[in-house]
Design a protein around this ligand. Structure first.
Ligand code: GLY
Length: 559
């Protein structure tokens, strides 16, 4: 139900102020924002001992892999956006999963050629070759200053001694209870007597602790070769999956140039392909830049944002994929000329129907993930978005390794040739191929302007891009600098197909909804609020930082 609210509309750049937090420690020159207090503390302890932001990022990511196992993990991957202060070097460490060598574009089609979506979501066949451990090893060896063993110590402790589950864990376990019940070992680790645990139940992960120790002792080789790799490949194949030891030994992170663009004087530095985040944000903001936003009413502005998103997401569906495997017309999509052309097709008073934009396929994407942001006293920064895709990934542990498998294979277009039957044509750019990385929406982002640098991101599947966009618009157009507003602003979302504006429940007044419906939009309330944005802002003048976590995450909202 859309709420009636007397108060002023509570959408982007129009919220009442919230309090912004300084770091929990006395030194305000560094800060960590993450989805779990134990992970934040692990990162802050590294910084307090003089480690840099890259060291801290390794500690935070490893801790999250243990205490937020439904969001990310050693069995998953992600994107680390780094800024090295000493030489201004910006880079993305792409630790995205890859399709195993035996994967093929029709691996999820049955004998009749119909897609079996469950096979790409549940169990061993859903898992790509994990990238997180290679990412952590790369961060520590190339950018860090501390031994990996020291950085993994808190994660090992949390795995050995256990951690008490919170409401978000309980919600995620409820979502994936049935899948985890299907495997006794997985159920014994993550469930309580085979059922969704009560809040406060302590989860211990002895197998994961052993694997973390192997990584602490041998770096990436402790995971991608030797006993751990053998056990992962064996157990995945025994459960019907495709992994081989060679797939694991062959996994490599890729250093990529971040996607960089400007919007009204601010510089945005964010994720490149195979994340769609950078290009889709760039296209959306490029279209919005064609309009004098301040001259529009609030709902007219939201309409323009939605129309820009509709067009950028259409191009995402049609053209984007792993550019190491397919040609993506990135230059043309991000060009000002194309933005002008797309903007010219927008009627400020009337919704364009997605069908009228011309036929293109609907696409799916999984919905869990985590984000953290770290800044150290020297000005190094990390924005990292990590994932195993759905809550608890594929819902299956890789044997005795304690590693929970991802289901990122579902981020590929699993039926690229089934267009006429399922509306999935046009997915060739994101079709499955051996060694290819599935298209992602993860968008770790820096926003630099005259006031300072915002380091932020969020989980949330395809909505990640819209959440980062809305946060960014709030940051740049909102009244004053208020990080709590950036992470707290009520969210709406449009992704071209399905053709509707999804809104967080209970956040938008009826008049707001009515004005958008009047323009021809379908407005639909989601079942729950979404996202868990983690942000750090560094003031340019003073170098002091403020940190802020999403009120949804603090309130235990799961997405
Ligand atoms: N699995 C979520 C994403 O990569 O966008």
């Amino acid at each position: 139900m859309i709420v009636k609210r007397v108060a002023a509309v509570v959408v982007a750049w129009c919220l009442i102020g919230w309090v912004t937090f300084s770091p929990a420690h006395a030194d305000t020159r560094y800060g960590v924002a993450s989805a779990h207090p134990l992970a934040t503390q692990a990162g802050e302890a590294v910084l307090a001992r003089g480690g840099n932001a890259f060291d801290a990022a390794v500690a935070v990511a490893a801790a999250l892999a243990v205490v937020e196992p439904f969001s990310s993990g050693l069995g998953g991957g992600g994107f680390f956006l780094l800024h090295r202060a000493s030489d201004g070097h910006d880079v993305v460490v792409d630790a995205r999963e890859t399709a195993p060598a035996a994967a093929s574009k029709d691996m999820y089609l049955d004998a009749k050629g119909e897609p079996d979506a469950r096979a790409s979501l549940d169990g061993a066949r859903a898992a790509g070759i994990p990238g997180l451990v290679a990412g952590l090893d790369h961060l520590a060896s190339r950018y860090g200053t501390r031994p990996v063993a020291e950085l993994l110590a808190p994660a090992i402790r949390f795995a050995d001694e256990g951690f008490a589950v919170d409401g978000r864990y309980v919600g995620a376990a409820g979502w994936r209870e049935k899948v985890m019940q299907a495997d006794a070992r997985t159920a014994s680790v993550f469930l309580q007597d085979g059922k969704v645990p009560d809040k406060g139940f302590v989860v211990r992960q002895a197998g994961l602790a052993r694997t973390l120790r192997a990584i602490a002792a041998h770096g990436r080789d402790g995971f991608y070769t030797g006993e751990v790799a053998r056990e992962m490949a064996r157990s995945v194949r025994a459960a019907g999956g495709l992994w081989t030891e060679a797939d694991l030994a062959g996994y490599r992170v890729i250093e990529r140039i971040p996607h960089r663009f400007t919007y009204r004087g601010a510089t945005i530095i964010t994720a490149p392909l195979p994340s769609s985040g950078g290009l889709t944000l760039d296209q959306t903001l490029g279209i919005l830049e064609q309009f004098d936003l301040a001259s529009f009413s609030e709902t007219d502005r939201v309409h323009l944002v939605v129309e820009a998103l509709r067009r950028a997401f259409q191009d995402r569906a049609r053209h984007l994929g792993d550019a190491d495997f397919v040609d993506v017309p990135a230059g043309r999509l991000a060009s000002p000329g194309y933005a002008r052309q797309r903007a010219a097709g927008i009627d400020p008073q009337k919704a364009t129907s997605s069908a009228a934009l011309d036929a293109a396929p609907e696409w799916r994407e999984g919905g869990h993930t985590t984000h953290f942001s770290v800044v150290d006293a020297d000005g190094n920064r990390v924005a990292a978005t990590l994932s195993i895709n759905a809550p608890f990934g594929a819902g299956l542990l890789a044997g005795e390794s304690g590693v929970l498998l991802n289901n990122e294979m579902n981020d590929f277009a699993i039926a690229p040739n089934a267009g006429n039957l399922y509306g999935l044509t046009g997915f060739h750019a994101n079709a499955i191929a051996a060694g290819k990385r599935p298209l992602s929406s993860m968008s770790p982002t820096f926003v630099e302007d005259s006031r300072g640098v915002l380091v932020f991101g969020t989980p949330g599947g395809s909505r990640i891009i819209t959440m980062v966009l809305i946060g960014l618009l709030e940051h740049l157009h909102g009244p004053g600098l208020d990080l709590a507003r950036v992470v707290g602003v009520p969210r709406y979302h449009h992704q071209y197909l399905p053709d509707r504006i999804e809104v967080e429940p209970g956040q938008f007044p009826e008049a707001w909804v009515a004005a958008l419906k009047e323009k021809g939009h379908t407005v639909q309330e989601g079942r729950r609020r979404w996202g868990n944005m983690q942000a750090v802002f560094v003031h340019r003048e003073t170098g002091t930082v403020v940190v802020e976590g999403d009120p949804r995450g603090k309130a235990g909202v799961l997405f």
